[in-house]
Write a protein that binds this ligand. Structure first.
Ligand code: DX5
Ligand code: ZN
Length: 215
């Protein structure tokens, strides 16, 4: 079953509760956390996740675009994250393993994310324990960028690895997803779609969610 995860990066941060209610037909809410180091942008931290948690029962999908993410897993878990993804490029393998262990200890679902430069095989050391792999289809940092065609190949390769080693693991894509690109990433094997500007740029965000679901 496909899951749609609107990204609140494209919402109005002064009206977050209103904008989260505007996507009530979605499955998940995607929260983009940026530290100004791993990516050249700064967004939100645990206090905002805690406030978001209070205004929705939707599953909170927290995408950490921060250096050495193990330092902050517990804080985001306590704030109410249901799933946390850490970038494989954001630390050495021991730091990534530690971040995943802390997620286990905190009882949150575990994911790793891949920047466009990263090869599909990089997920292999972790794959058997993961709930989700996130393949970026733009360079992380900003909403509203154009979908990177060449990432379709990475999506297919990750799908092959998931089917072989952990078929229950979800495959999420993030960046430039609209009805047209949604169809293509699903054909390549994605089952979870993040969408920021195509949902919040629509006159009716719930209608945009329905269109993505039917893509
Ligand atoms: C980009 C973020 C995305 C972003 C997607 O670094 O990870 O989640 O919100 O925005 P769109 O859908 O506009 O590309
Ligand atoms: Zn994201």
């Amino acid at each position: 079953m496909i899951k749609i995860a609107p990204s609140i990066l494209s919402a109005d941060f002064a009206n977050l509760e209103r904008d989260i209610k505007r996507v009530s037909s979605a499955d998940w809410v995607h929260v983009d956390v940026m530290d100004g180091m791993f990516v050249p942008n700064i967004t939100i931290g645990p206090p905002v996740v805690q406030s978001v948690r209070k205004c929705t029962d939707l599953f909170l999908d927290v995408h950490l675009m921060i250096e050495k993410p193990a330092r902050y897993i517990e804080a985001f878990a306590k704030a109410g994250a249901d799933l946390i993804s850490v970038h494989l490029e954001a630390d050495h393998p021991t730091g990534i393993a530690k971040a995943l262990d802390i997620m286990d200890a905190c009882g949150v679902k575990k994911a790793v994310a891949l920047r466009p430069i990263t090869k599909a095989e990089a997920v292999l050391p972790y794959l058997e324990q993961l709930d989700l792999v996130l393949v970026m289809t733009v360079e992380p940092g900003f909403g509203g960028q154009a979908f990177m065609e060449e990432q379709l190949e990475i999506v297919s390769q990750v799908r092959t690895l998931i089917n072989r080693y952990n078929p229950a693991c979800r495959l999420e894509v993030d960046g430039g997803i609209n009805v047209h690109t949604a169809r293509r990433v699903m054909a390549a094997g994605a089952d979870t779609l993040v969408a920021g500007s195509s949902v919040y740029g629509a006159a009716d965000p719930n209608q945009a969610v329905a269109e993505l679901r039917g893509a």
